[in-house]
Design a protein around this ligand. Structure first.
Ligand SMILES: Nc1ncnc2c1ncn2[C@@H]1O[C@H](COP(=O)(O)OP(=O)(O)OP(=O)(O)O)[C@@H](O)[C@H]1O
Ligand SMILES: [Mg+2]
Length: 488
Protein backbone atom coordinates (compact mmCIF):
# COMPACT_ATOMS: atom_id res chain seq x y z
CA UNK A 1 0.00 0.00 0.00
CA UNK A 2 1.30 3.44 -0.90
CA UNK A 3 2.26 5.57 2.10
CA UNK A 4 0.69 8.98 2.61
CA UNK A 5 2.94 11.77 3.79
CA UNK A 6 1.70 15.13 4.97
CA UNK A 7 4.18 17.93 4.39
CA UNK A 8 3.83 21.24 6.27
CA UNK A 9 6.71 23.67 5.72
CA UNK A 10 6.76 27.33 6.71
CA UNK A 11 8.29 28.56 3.45
CA UNK A 12 7.24 27.94 -0.16
CA UNK A 13 10.82 27.33 -1.32
CA UNK A 14 11.35 24.74 1.40
CA UNK A 15 8.03 23.09 0.61
CA UNK A 16 9.04 22.83 -3.05
CA UNK A 17 12.46 21.46 -2.18
CA UNK A 18 11.05 18.68 -0.02
CA UNK A 19 8.27 17.83 -2.45
CA UNK A 20 10.88 17.34 -5.14
CA UNK A 21 13.09 15.29 -2.86
CA UNK A 22 10.18 13.10 -1.79
CA UNK A 23 9.05 12.52 -5.37
CA UNK A 24 11.89 9.99 -5.66
CA UNK A 25 10.59 8.02 -2.69
CA UNK A 26 7.49 5.86 -2.87
CA UNK A 27 5.06 8.18 -1.08
CA UNK A 28 2.02 10.26 -1.87
CA UNK A 29 2.61 13.81 -0.63
CA UNK A 30 -0.19 16.17 0.41
CA UNK A 31 0.06 19.60 2.04
CA UNK A 32 -2.52 21.30 4.23
CA UNK A 33 -3.67 24.72 2.99
CA UNK A 34 -3.27 27.67 5.36
CA UNK A 35 -2.03 27.64 8.95
CA UNK A 36 -5.29 28.07 10.80
CA UNK A 37 -5.92 25.18 13.24
CA UNK A 38 -3.14 23.40 11.40
CA UNK A 39 -2.28 20.95 14.16
CA UNK A 40 -5.90 19.91 14.73
CA UNK A 41 -6.32 19.33 11.04
CA UNK A 42 -3.15 17.23 10.94
CA UNK A 43 -4.45 15.12 13.80
CA UNK A 44 -7.69 14.50 11.88
CA UNK A 45 -5.99 13.56 8.58
CA UNK A 46 -5.34 9.94 7.84
CA UNK A 47 -1.72 9.71 6.87
CA UNK A 48 1.30 7.57 7.67
CA UNK A 49 4.00 10.18 8.10
CA UNK A 50 3.79 13.86 9.08
CA UNK A 51 6.75 16.06 8.19
CA UNK A 52 6.43 19.47 9.80
CA UNK A 53 8.68 22.46 10.33
CA UNK A 54 9.52 23.21 13.96
CA UNK A 55 8.28 26.78 13.53
CA UNK A 56 4.77 25.45 12.89
CA UNK A 57 4.50 23.36 16.03
CA UNK A 58 1.83 24.46 18.52
CA UNK A 59 2.75 26.21 21.75
CA UNK A 60 1.20 23.55 24.00
CA UNK A 61 3.19 20.90 22.21
CA UNK A 62 3.44 18.33 25.02
CA UNK A 63 -0.29 18.02 25.47
CA UNK A 64 -1.01 18.06 21.72
CA UNK A 65 1.62 15.43 21.03
CA UNK A 66 0.23 13.16 23.68
CA UNK A 67 -3.19 13.29 22.04
CA UNK A 68 -1.65 12.83 18.61
CA UNK A 69 0.32 9.78 19.69
CA UNK A 70 -2.77 8.18 21.18
CA UNK A 71 -4.53 8.01 17.77
CA UNK A 72 -5.08 4.39 16.76
CA UNK A 73 -2.80 4.69 13.76
CA UNK A 74 -0.81 7.65 14.90
CA UNK A 75 1.49 8.74 12.07
CA UNK A 76 5.27 8.82 12.30
CA UNK A 77 6.35 12.35 13.07
CA UNK A 78 9.40 14.04 11.52
CA UNK A 79 10.32 17.56 12.61
CA UNK A 80 12.51 19.78 10.48
CA UNK A 81 14.40 22.53 12.20
CA UNK A 82 16.56 25.39 10.95
CA UNK A 83 18.97 25.35 13.87
CA UNK A 84 20.91 22.91 15.96
CA UNK A 85 19.36 22.97 19.40
CA UNK A 86 20.25 19.79 21.34
CA UNK A 87 17.86 20.70 24.15
CA UNK A 88 14.85 21.14 21.88
CA UNK A 89 15.83 18.02 19.98
CA UNK A 90 15.94 15.91 23.15
CA UNK A 91 12.58 17.33 24.25
CA UNK A 92 10.92 16.50 20.94
CA UNK A 93 12.29 12.98 20.83
CA UNK A 94 11.23 12.40 24.42
CA UNK A 95 7.73 13.62 23.53
CA UNK A 96 7.42 10.88 20.90
CA UNK A 97 8.68 12.40 17.64
CA UNK A 98 10.35 9.87 15.38
CA UNK A 99 13.12 12.11 14.05
CA UNK A 100 14.35 15.69 14.33
CA UNK A 101 16.33 16.76 11.26
CA UNK A 102 18.21 19.87 10.34
CA UNK A 103 16.66 21.35 7.20
CA UNK A 104 20.07 22.08 5.73
CA UNK A 105 21.22 18.45 5.74
CA UNK A 106 22.72 17.53 2.36
CA UNK A 107 20.13 16.06 -0.02
CA UNK A 108 21.62 12.58 -0.12
CA UNK A 109 21.68 12.25 3.66
CA UNK A 110 18.13 13.56 3.96
CA UNK A 111 16.95 11.05 1.40
CA UNK A 112 18.59 8.20 3.26
CA UNK A 113 17.07 9.17 6.61
CA UNK A 114 13.61 9.67 5.11
CA UNK A 115 13.93 6.40 3.18
CA UNK A 116 14.61 4.58 6.46
CA UNK A 117 11.67 6.23 8.21
CA UNK A 118 9.37 5.35 5.31
CA UNK A 119 10.44 1.72 5.12
CA UNK A 120 10.12 1.37 8.91
CA UNK A 121 6.61 2.74 8.65
CA UNK A 122 5.82 0.33 5.83
CA UNK A 123 6.93 -2.54 8.03
CA UNK A 124 4.78 -1.29 10.90
CA UNK A 125 1.71 -1.02 8.63
CA UNK A 126 2.32 -4.55 7.40
CA UNK A 127 2.54 -5.89 10.96
CA UNK A 128 -0.69 -4.11 11.91
CA UNK A 129 -2.46 -5.56 8.89
CA UNK A 130 -1.27 -9.06 9.72
CA UNK A 131 -2.49 -8.69 13.29
CA UNK A 132 -5.89 -7.54 12.06
CA UNK A 133 -6.11 -10.36 9.58
CA UNK A 134 -5.22 -12.79 12.29
CA UNK A 135 -8.11 -11.47 14.38
CA UNK A 136 -10.53 -11.83 11.51
CA UNK A 137 -9.30 -15.33 10.82
CA UNK A 138 -9.83 -16.51 14.36
CA UNK A 139 -13.59 -16.20 14.52
CA UNK A 140 -15.68 -17.27 17.49
CA UNK A 141 -19.21 -18.58 17.15
CA UNK A 142 -20.36 -15.48 19.04
CA UNK A 143 -18.89 -13.27 16.27
CA UNK A 144 -21.25 -14.61 13.61
CA UNK A 145 -23.74 -11.98 12.57
CA UNK A 146 -27.14 -13.61 12.85
CA UNK A 147 -29.95 -11.13 12.50
CA UNK A 148 -31.59 -13.38 9.94
CA UNK A 149 -33.71 -16.34 10.93
CA UNK A 150 -31.68 -18.65 8.67
CA UNK A 151 -28.41 -17.80 10.49
CA UNK A 152 -30.04 -17.98 13.92
CA UNK A 153 -31.21 -21.54 13.16
CA UNK A 154 -27.76 -22.50 11.91
CA UNK A 155 -26.00 -21.08 14.97
CA UNK A 156 -28.44 -22.81 17.33
CA UNK A 157 -27.74 -26.17 15.74
CA UNK A 158 -23.99 -25.46 15.64
CA UNK A 159 -23.79 -24.65 19.35
CA UNK A 160 -25.39 -27.97 20.17
CA UNK A 161 -22.73 -29.96 18.35
CA UNK A 162 -19.62 -27.99 19.30
CA UNK A 163 -18.46 -30.39 21.97
CA UNK A 164 -19.98 -33.53 20.52
CA UNK A 165 -16.73 -34.37 18.72
CA UNK A 166 -18.75 -35.95 15.92
CA UNK A 167 -17.73 -35.46 12.30
CA UNK A 168 -19.43 -32.56 10.59
CA UNK A 169 -20.20 -31.96 6.93
CA UNK A 170 -20.60 -28.28 6.07
CA UNK A 171 -22.52 -27.53 2.90
CA UNK A 172 -23.07 -24.23 1.14
CA UNK A 173 -22.31 -22.21 -1.94
CA UNK A 174 -18.92 -20.70 -2.57
CA UNK A 175 -17.96 -17.85 -0.22
CA UNK A 176 -20.76 -18.39 2.35
CA UNK A 177 -18.26 -18.94 5.16
CA UNK A 178 -17.90 -22.72 5.46
CA UNK A 179 -14.25 -22.60 6.46
CA UNK A 180 -14.94 -19.73 8.83
CA UNK A 181 -17.64 -21.76 10.54
CA UNK A 182 -15.36 -24.81 10.81
CA UNK A 183 -12.65 -22.69 12.46
CA UNK A 184 -15.16 -21.20 14.86
CA UNK A 185 -16.43 -24.63 15.89
CA UNK A 186 -12.85 -25.75 16.52
CA UNK A 187 -12.05 -22.63 18.57
CA UNK A 188 -15.17 -23.05 20.70
CA UNK A 189 -14.64 -26.77 21.25
CA UNK A 190 -12.58 -28.61 23.85
CA UNK A 191 -9.97 -29.11 21.10
CA UNK A 192 -9.17 -25.39 20.85
CA UNK A 193 -5.64 -25.89 22.22
CA UNK A 194 -4.91 -28.30 19.38
CA UNK A 195 -4.18 -27.31 15.79
CA UNK A 196 -6.80 -26.58 13.13
CA UNK A 197 -5.60 -27.78 9.73
CA UNK A 198 -7.52 -27.08 6.52
CA UNK A 199 -6.68 -29.08 3.39
CA UNK A 200 -8.13 -28.22 0.02
CA UNK A 201 -8.73 -31.63 -1.56
CA UNK A 202 -9.29 -30.09 -4.98
CA UNK A 203 -6.05 -28.14 -5.13
CA UNK A 204 -3.50 -30.96 -5.33
CA UNK A 205 -2.90 -33.80 -7.78
CA UNK A 206 -3.83 -37.23 -6.42
CA UNK A 207 -0.31 -38.41 -5.57
CA UNK A 208 0.57 -35.22 -3.67
CA UNK A 209 -2.77 -35.12 -1.86
CA UNK A 210 -2.15 -38.58 -0.45
CA UNK A 211 1.19 -37.58 1.04
CA UNK A 212 -0.24 -34.21 2.15
CA UNK A 213 -2.95 -35.98 4.14
CA UNK A 214 -1.09 -38.99 5.49
CA UNK A 215 2.59 -37.98 5.24
CA UNK A 216 5.37 -40.14 3.82
CA UNK A 217 8.50 -41.99 4.86
CA UNK A 218 11.95 -41.23 3.50
CA UNK A 219 12.40 -42.78 0.05
CA UNK A 220 8.66 -43.53 -0.37
CA UNK A 221 8.80 -42.02 -3.86
CA UNK A 222 11.26 -40.10 -6.02
CA UNK A 223 11.91 -36.79 -4.31
CA UNK A 224 10.91 -37.99 -0.83
CA UNK A 225 14.36 -37.29 0.59
CA UNK A 226 13.04 -36.89 4.13
CA UNK A 227 10.14 -38.33 6.10
CA UNK A 228 7.26 -35.87 6.48
CA UNK A 229 4.20 -35.70 8.71
CA UNK A 230 0.86 -35.35 6.99
CA UNK A 231 -2.09 -33.10 7.91
CA UNK A 232 -3.78 -35.80 9.98
CA UNK A 233 -0.72 -36.09 12.20
CA UNK A 234 -0.38 -32.31 12.45
CA UNK A 235 -4.01 -32.04 13.55
CA UNK A 236 -3.51 -34.60 16.34
CA UNK A 237 -5.69 -33.50 19.30
CA UNK A 238 -7.12 -30.80 17.05
CA UNK A 239 -9.39 -30.60 14.02
CA UNK A 240 -8.89 -31.27 10.32
CA UNK A 241 -11.10 -29.65 7.68
CA UNK A 242 -11.24 -31.55 4.41
CA UNK A 243 -12.31 -28.71 2.17
CA UNK A 244 -13.81 -29.40 -1.28
CA UNK A 245 -14.31 -33.01 -0.21
CA UNK A 246 -16.31 -33.65 -3.39
CA UNK A 247 -13.03 -33.39 -5.33
CA UNK A 248 -11.35 -36.23 -3.43
CA UNK A 249 -10.15 -38.96 -5.82
CA UNK A 250 -11.97 -42.27 -5.48
CA UNK A 251 -9.02 -44.37 -4.32
CA UNK A 252 -8.22 -41.87 -1.55
CA UNK A 253 -11.84 -42.02 -0.43
CA UNK A 254 -11.24 -45.68 0.48
CA UNK A 255 -8.15 -44.76 2.53
CA UNK A 256 -10.00 -41.94 4.23
CA UNK A 257 -12.87 -44.23 5.17
CA UNK A 258 -10.41 -46.57 6.85
CA UNK A 259 -8.88 -43.71 8.80
CA UNK A 260 -12.31 -42.62 10.01
CA UNK A 261 -13.16 -46.14 11.11
CA UNK A 262 -9.89 -47.06 12.74
CA UNK A 263 -8.55 -43.68 13.80
CA UNK A 264 -5.16 -44.69 12.49
CA UNK A 265 -3.18 -43.51 9.51
CA UNK A 266 -0.32 -45.01 7.64
CA UNK A 267 2.28 -42.79 6.01
CA UNK A 268 2.97 -43.38 2.30
CA UNK A 269 5.74 -45.97 2.24
CA UNK A 270 5.31 -46.55 5.98
CA UNK A 271 4.96 -49.94 7.58
CA UNK A 272 3.24 -49.12 10.85
CA UNK A 273 -0.06 -47.49 11.64
CA UNK A 274 0.02 -44.26 13.67
CA UNK A 275 -2.85 -43.44 16.04
CA UNK A 276 -4.40 -40.03 15.57
CA UNK A 277 -6.97 -38.25 17.71
CA UNK A 278 -8.56 -35.82 15.26
CA UNK A 279 -11.99 -34.35 14.80
CA UNK A 280 -12.84 -34.54 11.12
CA UNK A 281 -14.87 -31.90 9.36
CA UNK A 282 -15.53 -31.72 5.65
CA UNK A 283 -16.95 -29.00 3.44
CA UNK A 284 -18.18 -28.74 -0.10
CA UNK A 285 -20.05 -26.36 -2.36
CA UNK A 286 -21.05 -29.20 -4.69
CA UNK A 287 -24.20 -31.30 -4.57
CA UNK A 288 -22.65 -34.27 -2.80
CA UNK A 289 -25.83 -36.38 -3.09
CA UNK A 290 -25.62 -36.08 -6.85
CA UNK A 291 -21.95 -37.13 -6.78
CA UNK A 292 -22.99 -40.27 -4.86
CA UNK A 293 -25.75 -40.98 -7.40
CA UNK A 294 -23.27 -40.62 -10.24
CA UNK A 295 -20.94 -43.07 -8.49
CA UNK A 296 -18.21 -40.47 -8.01
CA UNK A 297 -18.41 -40.35 -4.23
CA UNK A 298 -18.70 -43.31 -1.88
CA UNK A 299 -21.97 -43.37 0.02
CA UNK A 300 -20.36 -45.15 3.03
CA UNK A 301 -17.81 -42.34 3.30
CA UNK A 302 -20.56 -39.74 3.08
CA UNK A 303 -22.39 -41.35 6.03
CA UNK A 304 -19.20 -41.40 8.08
CA UNK A 305 -18.41 -37.78 7.31
CA UNK A 306 -21.85 -36.39 7.89
CA UNK A 307 -22.87 -37.48 11.36
CA UNK A 308 -24.08 -33.89 11.46
CA UNK A 309 -24.77 -31.75 8.41
CA UNK A 310 -24.71 -28.00 8.53
CA UNK A 311 -25.91 -25.93 5.61
CA UNK A 312 -24.67 -22.36 5.55
CA UNK A 313 -27.37 -20.34 3.76
CA UNK A 314 -26.40 -18.16 0.80
CA UNK A 315 -26.42 -14.43 1.46
CA UNK A 316 -29.55 -13.86 -0.64
CA UNK A 317 -31.43 -16.04 1.88
CA UNK A 318 -30.26 -13.93 4.83
CA UNK A 319 -30.49 -10.38 3.61
CA UNK A 320 -31.16 -9.15 7.15
CA UNK A 321 -27.47 -9.81 7.89
CA UNK A 322 -26.23 -7.58 5.06
CA UNK A 323 -26.26 -4.16 6.86
CA UNK A 324 -24.29 -5.50 9.82
CA UNK A 325 -21.85 -7.41 7.63
CA UNK A 326 -21.25 -4.23 5.63
CA UNK A 327 -20.67 -2.11 8.72
CA UNK A 328 -18.39 -4.65 10.39
CA UNK A 329 -16.21 -4.89 7.28
CA UNK A 330 -16.25 -1.09 6.93
CA UNK A 331 -14.91 -0.91 10.45
CA UNK A 332 -12.26 -3.47 9.60
CA UNK A 333 -11.09 -1.68 6.45
CA UNK A 334 -11.31 1.71 8.15
CA UNK A 335 -8.60 0.54 10.50
CA UNK A 336 -6.45 -1.36 8.06
CA UNK A 337 -6.61 1.24 5.28
CA UNK A 338 -6.62 4.27 7.58
CA UNK A 339 -9.62 5.69 5.68
CA UNK A 340 -12.14 7.95 7.32
CA UNK A 341 -15.25 6.64 5.60
CA UNK A 342 -17.94 7.14 8.18
CA UNK A 343 -20.93 5.32 6.73
CA UNK A 344 -22.93 4.18 3.76
CA UNK A 345 -25.68 6.11 2.02
CA UNK A 346 -29.21 4.73 2.01
CA UNK A 347 -29.41 4.17 -1.76
CA UNK A 348 -26.11 2.25 -1.78
CA UNK A 349 -27.28 -0.02 1.02
CA UNK A 350 -30.60 -0.55 -0.75
CA UNK A 351 -28.81 -1.63 -3.91
CA UNK A 352 -26.74 -4.07 -1.85
CA UNK A 353 -29.87 -5.44 -0.21
CA UNK A 354 -31.50 -6.04 -3.60
CA UNK A 355 -28.49 -7.71 -5.21
CA UNK A 356 -28.24 -11.52 -5.53
CA UNK A 357 -24.62 -11.98 -4.26
CA UNK A 358 -23.58 -15.04 -6.28
CA UNK A 359 -20.18 -14.89 -4.58
CA UNK A 360 -21.83 -14.53 -1.15
CA UNK A 361 -19.96 -13.02 1.83
CA UNK A 362 -16.63 -13.19 0.01
CA UNK A 363 -18.09 -11.02 -2.75
CA UNK A 364 -19.54 -8.61 -0.19
CA UNK A 365 -16.15 -8.25 1.48
CA UNK A 366 -14.57 -7.46 -1.91
CA UNK A 367 -17.25 -4.90 -2.73
CA UNK A 368 -16.83 -3.08 0.60
CA UNK A 369 -13.04 -3.10 0.28
CA UNK A 370 -13.19 -1.75 -3.26
CA UNK A 371 -15.70 0.95 -2.35
CA UNK A 372 -13.55 2.10 0.54
CA UNK A 373 -10.43 2.08 -1.56
CA UNK A 374 -11.84 3.91 -4.56
CA UNK A 375 -14.50 6.04 -2.91
CA UNK A 376 -13.72 9.68 -2.37
CA UNK A 377 -16.59 10.84 -0.20
CA UNK A 378 -17.05 10.50 3.54
CA UNK A 379 -19.71 7.84 2.91
CA UNK A 380 -19.96 4.93 0.51
CA UNK A 381 -22.32 6.00 -2.27
CA UNK A 382 -23.98 4.21 -5.15
CA UNK A 383 -21.21 5.49 -7.44
CA UNK A 384 -18.67 3.47 -5.47
CA UNK A 385 -20.42 0.15 -6.14
CA UNK A 386 -19.76 -2.15 -9.10
CA UNK A 387 -22.14 -1.78 -12.00
CA UNK A 388 -23.90 -5.11 -11.59
CA UNK A 389 -25.03 -4.12 -8.10
CA UNK A 390 -26.20 -0.68 -9.19
CA UNK A 391 -27.97 -2.05 -12.26
CA UNK A 392 -29.91 -4.83 -10.54
CA UNK A 393 -33.34 -4.90 -12.06
CA UNK A 394 -32.84 -1.69 -14.02
CA UNK A 395 -33.88 -2.13 -17.66
CA UNK A 396 -31.10 -1.00 -19.97
CA UNK A 397 -28.51 -1.44 -17.22
CA UNK A 398 -25.34 -3.45 -17.46
CA UNK A 399 -27.14 -6.40 -19.00
CA UNK A 400 -27.97 -4.52 -22.18
CA UNK A 401 -24.50 -3.00 -22.43
CA UNK A 402 -22.93 -6.42 -22.18
CA UNK A 403 -25.42 -7.97 -24.58
CA UNK A 404 -22.62 -8.21 -27.13
CA UNK A 405 -21.27 -11.05 -25.04
CA UNK A 406 -24.67 -12.53 -24.32
CA UNK A 407 -25.67 -12.93 -27.95
CA UNK A 408 -22.12 -13.81 -28.96
CA UNK A 409 -21.54 -10.78 -31.19
CA UNK A 410 -18.41 -10.27 -29.11
CA UNK A 411 -16.25 -13.27 -28.38
CA UNK A 412 -16.51 -14.23 -24.74
CA UNK A 413 -13.05 -15.05 -23.25
CA UNK A 414 -13.22 -18.74 -22.38
CA UNK A 415 -11.09 -18.39 -19.24
CA UNK A 416 -13.76 -16.17 -17.67
CA UNK A 417 -16.30 -18.87 -17.05
CA UNK A 418 -13.66 -21.25 -15.72
CA UNK A 419 -13.41 -18.93 -12.70
CA UNK A 420 -15.98 -17.72 -10.14
CA UNK A 421 -18.11 -14.86 -11.37
CA UNK A 422 -16.63 -12.27 -8.99
CA UNK A 423 -13.06 -13.07 -10.05
CA UNK A 424 -13.87 -12.79 -13.76
CA UNK A 425 -15.73 -9.55 -13.08
CA UNK A 426 -12.86 -8.06 -11.08
CA UNK A 427 -10.48 -8.92 -13.89
CA UNK A 428 -12.72 -7.21 -16.45
CA UNK A 429 -13.04 -4.18 -14.20
CA UNK A 430 -9.28 -3.83 -13.70
CA UNK A 431 -8.61 -4.31 -17.39
CA UNK A 432 -11.14 -1.65 -18.28
CA UNK A 433 -9.68 0.78 -15.74
CA UNK A 434 -6.15 0.16 -16.99
CA UNK A 435 -7.20 0.69 -20.64
CA UNK A 436 -9.16 3.85 -19.77
CA UNK A 437 -6.34 5.39 -17.74
CA UNK A 438 -3.66 4.43 -20.26
CA UNK A 439 -5.58 6.17 -23.05
CA UNK A 440 -6.22 9.26 -20.96
CA UNK A 441 -2.65 9.49 -19.64
CA UNK A 442 -1.37 9.22 -23.19
CA UNK A 443 -3.57 12.14 -24.18
CA UNK A 444 -2.47 14.31 -21.28
CA UNK A 445 1.18 13.31 -21.55
CA UNK A 446 1.14 11.90 -18.02
CA UNK A 447 -0.15 15.12 -16.47
CA UNK A 448 -1.68 13.97 -13.19
CA UNK A 449 -3.91 16.95 -12.39
CA UNK A 450 -5.28 17.15 -15.91
CA UNK A 451 -5.92 13.39 -16.08
CA UNK A 452 -7.62 13.40 -12.69
CA UNK A 453 -9.82 16.32 -13.72
CA UNK A 454 -10.92 14.64 -16.91
CA UNK A 455 -11.52 11.30 -15.21
CA UNK A 456 -13.58 13.04 -12.53
CA UNK A 457 -11.46 11.82 -9.61
CA UNK A 458 -9.06 13.49 -7.22
CA UNK A 459 -5.31 13.31 -7.96
CA UNK A 460 -4.95 11.14 -4.86
CA UNK A 461 -7.55 8.65 -6.12
CA UNK A 462 -5.90 8.67 -9.54
CA UNK A 463 -2.56 7.94 -7.94
CA UNK A 464 -4.06 4.93 -6.13
CA UNK A 465 -5.65 3.61 -9.30
CA UNK A 466 -2.39 4.00 -11.23
CA UNK A 467 -0.57 2.08 -8.53
CA UNK A 468 -3.07 -0.75 -8.72
CA UNK A 469 -2.85 -0.84 -12.52
CA UNK A 470 0.96 -0.54 -12.35
CA UNK A 471 0.99 2.61 -14.48
CA UNK A 472 3.79 5.12 -14.04
CA UNK A 473 3.34 8.74 -15.09
CA UNK A 474 6.90 8.83 -16.43
CA UNK A 475 5.97 6.37 -19.18
CA UNK A 476 3.53 8.89 -20.63
CA UNK A 477 5.76 11.94 -20.64
CA UNK A 478 6.27 13.19 -24.20
CA UNK A 479 9.70 12.18 -25.44
CA UNK A 480 11.95 15.11 -26.24
CA UNK A 481 12.50 15.29 -30.00
CA UNK A 482 16.13 14.57 -30.74
CA UNK A 483 17.92 16.85 -33.12
CA UNK A 484 18.94 14.97 -36.24
CA UNK A 485 22.70 14.53 -36.45
CA UNK A 486 24.25 17.07 -38.71
CA UNK A 487 25.84 15.53 -41.73
CA UNK A 488 29.12 17.02 -42.65
N1 LIG B 1 -20.42 -14.63 8.78
C1 LIG B 1 -19.33 -14.03 8.34
N2 LIG B 1 -18.90 -12.92 8.95
C2 LIG B 1 -17.79 -12.29 8.50
N3 LIG B 1 -17.06 -12.70 7.46
C3 LIG B 1 -17.44 -13.81 6.81
C4 LIG B 1 -18.60 -14.53 7.21
N4 LIG B 1 -18.73 -15.59 6.38
C5 LIG B 1 -17.72 -15.52 5.51
N5 LIG B 1 -16.94 -14.47 5.76
C6 LIG B 1 -15.74 -14.06 5.01
O1 LIG B 1 -15.96 -14.40 3.64
C7 LIG B 1 -14.79 -14.97 3.05
C8 LIG B 1 -15.10 -16.38 2.56
O2 LIG B 1 -15.31 -17.24 3.68
P1 LIG B 1 -14.89 -18.79 3.65
O3 LIG B 1 -13.55 -18.97 3.02
O4 LIG B 1 -15.10 -19.34 5.00
O5 LIG B 1 -16.00 -19.32 2.62
P2 LIG B 1 -16.19 -20.77 1.99
O6 LIG B 1 -17.63 -21.08 2.09
O7 LIG B 1 -15.23 -21.72 2.62
O8 LIG B 1 -15.81 -20.48 0.48
P3 LIG B 1 -15.34 -21.54 -0.65
O9 LIG B 1 -16.50 -22.43 -0.96
O10 LIG B 1 -15.03 -20.67 -1.82
O11 LIG B 1 -14.16 -22.28 -0.11
C9 LIG B 1 -13.72 -14.92 4.13
O12 LIG B 1 -12.99 -13.72 3.95
C10 LIG B 1 -14.52 -14.87 5.43
O13 LIG B 1 -13.78 -14.23 6.46
MG1 LIG C 1 -13.63 -22.88 1.73
Amino acid sequence: MILRLLLAMDRQALQRRYKKLLSDLDVLVTSPKGRKHLWDRIARETCDVVMIHASMLPADLDEKLQRFKSLIHSPSLVILSDREDPEQRAKLLAAGCDAVLNESLPEQELKEVLGTIISRRNELNKQRLELKQLAIHTPKLGDFISRSRAMQDLMKLTRRLVDADASVLILGETGVGKERLARAIHLDSARREGTFVAVNCGALPESLLESELFGHEEGAFTGATRARRGCFEMAHRGTILLDEIGEMPFHLQVRLLRVLQEREIQRVGGEWPIRVDVRVMAATSRDIGELVERGEFRSDLLYRLSVVRLRVPPLRERRDDIPELVSSYMEYFRKTMCRQVTGIREEALEAMLAYGWPGNVRELVNVVERAMLLGEGAEIGIEDLPEEIVCVGKPGGSASRLSGFADRRLSFPAHWFKRPLHEARDELYTEFERAYLTALLEETGGHINETAKRAGVTPRALFDKMQRCQLKKESFKPKKARRPARSS
